[in-house]
Design a protein around this ligand. Structure first.
Ligand code: NAP
Ligand code: ZN
Length: 351
């Protein structure tokens, strides 16, 4: 079926309308009318080919929410009318050790298939994402949404920003009695603050934007540090159990490893265009500290995160835009000028 979408045709041209095809609903497929799609910094990195390997035309979007319009004959978990979500993955091998453990995000047999820019047997040879009117997805990769219907748009960012922060926060034991830092108060970081707070930790937000100091407290931060202020930083030396760094640009990691306790971890999830300056290993060695990474989360954990957020009444703070404003939104995101996630109203695609 031909539907409307927005695509980048190259790294330097603005996104523009395009017609794309979605496959017929197969036996294990769920067809979804997309109501809203969040705008992740990864969309911007890929559209502008900052990571190389972007396939054009590129229809970004992996924070998808909407309504089921059809299900295949072998689908039992979903029915027409259900509110559902699709995140960063639409397939994986389903039989490697990682997939067997529910960690499709770390699939070792070819890697997971991204919701966009992944390999696909369908035209144009790669997957096309949520800046579009509808999508057809294998049932295993579809998530149930139990938030109130009026919150659907604000749930969209949970499908990437939510799980990308929930998974490492949980993995490294965030909870009562733990002092946890969240670096960068953007789409991911603001979700990280809300989730770490709900997990019961003492949450410290790090920002480069003086203007976000007060706002970060409203998100659930117990303390806020402007990371450019060396004195403020030094006062917290050696005191953190865990720090989650969501910054989208290359920067000095030592200023954060300095703040870790012995045996504690700094986990980076930001994927900057240019590498970070090499960390000072002395800071790690004198304290048995670690720098780690983390990639979104598995499907089962994404469902767990959605249910956790529904139970704790957590959604994203969003600014809704029509698709026609997407390039303006990218420019503002690049300048850290969004509180805290743009979400596309996909009804605007019909205009
Ligand atoms: P975002 O909304 O643009 O937020 C990034 C934040 O980083 C900004 O709001 C800003 O916060 C801070 N920042 C920006 N430039 C900075 C600089 N030069 N120095 C220090 N801080 C800076 O981006 P996002 O959507 O949250 O994504 C963040 C990163 O995570 C991106 O690289 C994205 O591709 C990546 N990502 C990774 C995964 C994964 O699975 N690992 C998943 C999704 C996204 P302040 O104003 O508070 O300083
Ligand atoms: Zn994302």
């Amino acid at each position: 079926m031909a539907i409307k979408a927005y695509a980048a045709q190259s790294a330097t041209t603005p996104l523009a309308p395009i017609e794309i095809e979605r496959r017929p609903t197969g036996a294990h497929d769920v067809a979804i009318d997309i109501a809203y799609c969040g705008v992740c910094h990864s969309d911007l990195h890929q559209v502008r080919s900052e990571w190389e390997g972007t396939l054009y035309p590129c229809v970004p979007g992996h924070e998808i929410v909407g309504t089921v319009t059809a299900v295949g004959g072998d689908v039992s978990a979903f029915k027409v009318g259900d509110a559902v979500g699709v995140g960063c993955m639409v397939d994986s091998c389903q039989h490697c050790a990682s997939c067997d453990e529910g960690l499709e995000n770390y699939c070792t047999d070819g890697g997971f298939v991204g919701t966009y820019n992944g390999p696909s047997p369908e035209a144009p040879g790669h997957t096309l994402g949520g800046y579009s009117q509808s999508i057809v997805v294998k049932d295993h990769f579809v998530l149930r949404i139990s938030h109130p219907a009026e919150q659907l748009a604000a749930v969209a960012p949970l499908l990437c920003a939510g799980i990308t922060t929930y998974s490492p926060l949980k993995h490294w034991g965030t909870g009562p009695g733990k002092k946890v830092g969240v670096v960068g108060i953007g789409g991911l970081g603001h979700m990280g603050i809300k989730i770490a707070h709900a997990m019961g930790a003492h949450v410290v937000a790090f920002t480069t934007s003086e203007s976000k100091r007060e706002a970060a407290r409203d998100l659930g931060a117990d303390e806020v540090i402007v990371s450019k202020n060396a004195e403020e930083m030094a006062a917290h030396a050696g005191s953190f159990d865990f720090i989650l760094n969501t910054v989208a640009a290359s920067h000095d990691l030592d200023q954060f490893t300095m703040l870790l306790k012995r045996d504690a971890t700094l986990c980076v999830v930001g994927v900057p265009e240019h590498p970070h300056p090499s960390p000072n290993v002395g800071v790690l060695i004198f304290g048995r500290k670690a720098i780690a990474g983390s990639l979104i989360g598995g499907i089962a954990e994404t469902q767990e995160m959605l249910d956790f957020c529904a139970a704790h009444k957590i959604v994203a703070d969003i600014e809704m835009i029509p698709i026609q404003k997407i390039d303006e939104a990218y420019d503002r995101m690049q300048k850290s000028d969004v509180k805290y996630r743009f979400v596309i109203d996909n009804a605007s695609l019909a205009a």
